[in-house]
Design a protein around this ligand. Structure first.
Ligand code: PAF
Length: 296
């Protein structure tokens, strides 16, 4: 397949290398004007990808959008008219609420969401490290997407397994969002690695967050048990103990965070159901304050 990756960050670059190695023709599309980008995965010889080539984009079968939630609209808007009619579009980012804003503009395309737990680190512009084996779940976001879901899952699974399809992608996204609501703001405010959240007083805060989050997820019509969420959060804290969360890294590098699409999305849905979520609101406000001190 001809695959174009929109956004050459850590996860986008990881997929670019693995999809290329599986035999696909991969190109990149970035904010810059460079005509090619060289990427080496885990000290392997560099691969050179064509970049920002309109001819390549117009022949793309699959557009994989790996920019952050807050960049989705501005990144995809200028290129929609360049895509061929049946080009599949797969979004993959932390958080919820960003794709809804662009769905009406791409309703002629099969649209999917992919959520992944792979760890990747962009060491510099040309070096990408696969820091943690994970898995990927892909689900359809519109009716057009259902027909080709199996074919896409098979192709992505051959490139970087395991990849599964999920007919209830909304549930998978809420599961991920719930963990992000617990880990990301707290690691950012405490300026610590994920593992340090295992301290007793922090776990009490996380337990309160889980109670609030479970109420919202249930009100949305999805399954969430507060005790199971608390247990799963502790497992992720342990499994990723040495990592700095993505939000911590964003603040550290003076970038905007994904808070509006993580805790912000939870608060929006809580408000729609008249559910009180004071602990999540407190963390949201504190992250907003911290973000305002960044000059981006
Ligand atoms: O956003 C992140 O950093 C990750 O999704 C997670 C699971 C919190 C681990 O660091």
């Amino acid at each position: 397949m001809n695959i174009c990756i929109l956004g050459a960050g850590a996860i986008g670059s990881l997929w670019a290398c693995y999809l290329h190695n599986a035999g696909h023709t991969v190109s990149l599309w970035t904010r810059g004007s460079e005509a090619s980008i060289s990427l080496s995965l885990d000290e392997r010889p560099p691969l050179v990808f064509p970049c920002n080539q309109e001819s390549q984009l117009s022949d793309t079968d699959v557009l994989l959008v790996t920019v952050k939630a807050w960049q989705v609209e501005s990144a995809i808007h200028p290129i929609i008219s360049l895509l061929k009619p049946h080009c599949s579009i797969i979004f993959s980012h932390n958080g919820m609420g960003a794709v809804e804003t662009v769905l009406p503009q791409i309703s002629d395309h099969p649209v999917y969401f992919a959520t992944t737990t792979h760890g990747a680190l962009r060491k510099d512009k040309n070096q990408i490290q696969h820091t943690g084996q994970g898995q990927t779940i892909i689900g359809s976001l519109n009716n057009l997407a259902d027909d080709q879901l199996d074919k896409l899952v098979e192709a992505f699974n051959l490139a970087l397994p395991p990849v599964h399809s999920d007919s209830n992608i909304g549930q998978a996204l809420w599961n991920k969002l719930a963990i992000n609501c617990c880990i990301n703001p707290l690691t950012t405010l405490k300026d610590c690695r994920n593992g340090e959240l295992a301290a007793k007083d922090t776990l009490e805060t996380i337990e309160t967050l889980c109670i609030e989050i479970a109420m919202v997820i249930n009100a949305e019509g999805y399954t969430c048990d507060k005790n199971k969420l608390f247990t799963r959060t502790k497992q992720v804290i342990e499994a990723t103990s040495a990592n700095f969360s993505s939000m911590h890294q964003d603040i550290h590098h003076n970038r905007p965070t994904e808070i509006d699409y993580i805790t912000g999305y939870l608060l929006q849905r809580a408000q729609a159901h008249n559910i009180d979520t004071p602990m999540n609101k407190k963390l949201f406000d504190q992250i907003k304050q911290k973000e305002a001190l960044n000059d981006h």
